[in-house]
Design a protein around this ligand. Sequence first.
Ligand SMILES: Nc1ncnc2c1ncn2[C@@H]1O[C@H](COP(=O)(O)OP(=O)(O)OP(=O)(O)O)[C@@H](O)[C@H]1O
Length: 763
Amino acid sequence: MSRNEWQEEQQRVNFVVEEVKKREIELKEKLGDVKADVLDIRKRFWDDVTVNFDTADDAAETHASIKQQAELMSERERSHQHDIKQLKSLHKLKESPYFGRIDFLEEGETEAESVYIGTASFVDKNGVDFYVYDWRAPISSLYYDYGPGPGSYETPTGLISGEINVKKQYIIRQGCIEHMFNTGITIGDEMLQEVLGGRSDSQMKNIVATIQKEQNQIIRNDRGKLLIVQGVAGSGKTSAALQRVAYLLYRFRNTLDADQIVLFSPNPLFNSYISTVLPELGEENMQQTTFQDYLDFRLGDEWKLEDPFNQIEYVLSARNDQEYQEKIESIKLKSSLNYMQIMDDFIVSLEKGGLVFKDVIFKGQTLISKEKINHYFYELDDTVSIPNRFQMVVEILLKEVRKVELKEREQEWVEQEIDLLDNEVLMKVHHKVEKEKKKDSDSFYEYEREQEILRALVVKRRFKKVKEDISKLRFIDVPSIYLNLLKKSLPVKQQDQSMDKIRQAIFPYEDATPYLYLKGKLEGFQVNTNIRHVFIDEAQDYSPFQFAFIKNMFPRAKLTVLGDKNQSIYAHSKISSFSALESLYDEAEIERYELTQSYRSTKQIINFAKQIIDADIEPFNREGEKPKCWKTDSYDHMNETLIDRIEELKKSYSTIAIICKTALESETLYDEIREKLDVRLMKKDSTGYESTVLIIPSYLAKGVEFDAVVVYNASQSSYNKETERKLLYTVCTRAMHSLDLLYVKEISTLLSAISNETYVQCP
Ligand SMILES: Nc1ncnc2c1ncn2[C@@H]1O[C@H](COP(=O)(O)OP(=O)(O)OP(=O)(O)O)[C@@H](O)[C@H]1O
């Protein structure tokens, strides 16, 4: 690029930065005024309101005047928030106003427009000239989809075609162009090299400057109801998901709020890892949760939910358990849509008989027996749906309770409880009776009347909980109905494991979703209609049953599902869950994408890792050292080698992960080396980490990345089952720049097919 060209480009940057600064000053002034306005309105709120409740008309006027004042204040506050957001975005533009440019000659025009693309739009004061276009604006799509040559983009009013004459990329820091490239269709190798060659961080970065064409399709697709992305490790699935959220918030800014989007992520660590991406792009974070937390919330306080990591720990380490195979089979069944069908059939059978009820209890005594409730239910017309029949039973039970309530007023306990009432209550009742007092009434009448009111009050209070329980359908014994289902649908050996736990109010992870499904089918689902988009990351770890449940719970949401079939680590993973998910939608509602290029790791790491699963992965062309496999004689020797290696890696890298297979192995290793090495142990509830050396169990490293990874104990004695192949692939692909594997005596045979050309045998 010529000196002149560089100077011209820098001059434009200077111009835009100056304009941004001017706008910043103006906005700050305005912000001060609005803030003062808001404070003033707050202070004078009651001065400007005429309060008068004398007549109904006066009260209505007062009400209208308060409402008007409140609206004025909230309008100012909204405008204040909007300005603050804009100020933040200006602050970013001042540092780096844009990262890309295309010169586009629209069909029918004579002059090309230079379109500069940045993290937010910046328009001249008259709103005519775009100094910078938001990366999500329709025209910006050209930048991601085409190189120089013909190109077109969609707008709400139709397709616009033309010719791209120039395509450039910039790295601008503190208002200075540091790098500038002319690029082709892929957004520059050079720029990506620069970005990907950097060090990893405990927080994910946004990728808007270098979004690739295939990722752009995923980000901007707003057609189907179900968008499925199958992408190899490090292909940018999570990145695409987050930029997609930002895109949707921009594209539908008048109708969509961040709290109408929910993202299910694999663990709390991942939640914090991605939490800064959207705020960095000037957007609010969507709702984030793990599926486990969601189940926990749905189950309520009276149940303890077994965590999914216990299930993985069991699957990975309890092979010698006599009941292992039975447990795996039972998990697989409960994960399938087949089980949903079994449940649906079972629920149909409940229409005729088999529901289980609980007695309605009052003061330790049975008020209405379960047999009686059963009788009420099955006496009703069996063509009426189960949830509707329950509502009818509620009416019957409440009526019966009201009758008892009346009788109960005469009981002795009521008198005793009246004696215990607060003075305040007694006074209130006394005043009430005073007010009602008739001219000729005597004091005896007053006493009687007071007693009557107090009795009614005491009884009502005591019955409140009973009535509430009835209204909330607590007379249905859903756990027992679920246990009956288990008895019917599973072989005896498989029943026991779940049943014992459920009887102790603990839900095995694989039973929780089916249980909630049963409860919803019987009592009616408490669906969430506010949510418009659900994102599921690491979707290969969800069972078909769970997908169907999520679809059901968010009936108005579009689903974006991102996963890698080669990274599935759960016991139900043999089931091809994406196809089960697809079967829940019409073909025309589904959009599918596949990502095969990996960006995270160096070419050497990908060339090594892809042989573990024999997959078709294209590494991004970034060079690094070949992975190293370290043979040791014993565990002590392995630990010594580990410590030496970490000390070496620390010289070059800031985030280093020692990945163990299980939590147990992680804890043991931590105890063994913590005196000699500054390390942090990551547990299932850990939410963040700083740049440091971590020990982490394999399944918690899902979705995150590190500069350097050391796979601990990749020995044959540890990784020796075909089902662990994907786990090994997953852990190796967490590494960006450096990968080491340590083993004792014999390396896992899952790695034995790897060409020795692709790694270095050490020592
Ligand atoms: N277009 C891009 N430009 C720059 N960096 C990118 C791009 N796409 C992906 N990356 C980087 O590649 C790494 C992997 O991305 P990401 O975590 O989104 O992949 P993933 O497919 O979700 O991975 P996995 O399934 O292995 O967890 C991240 O560091 C991300 O910033």
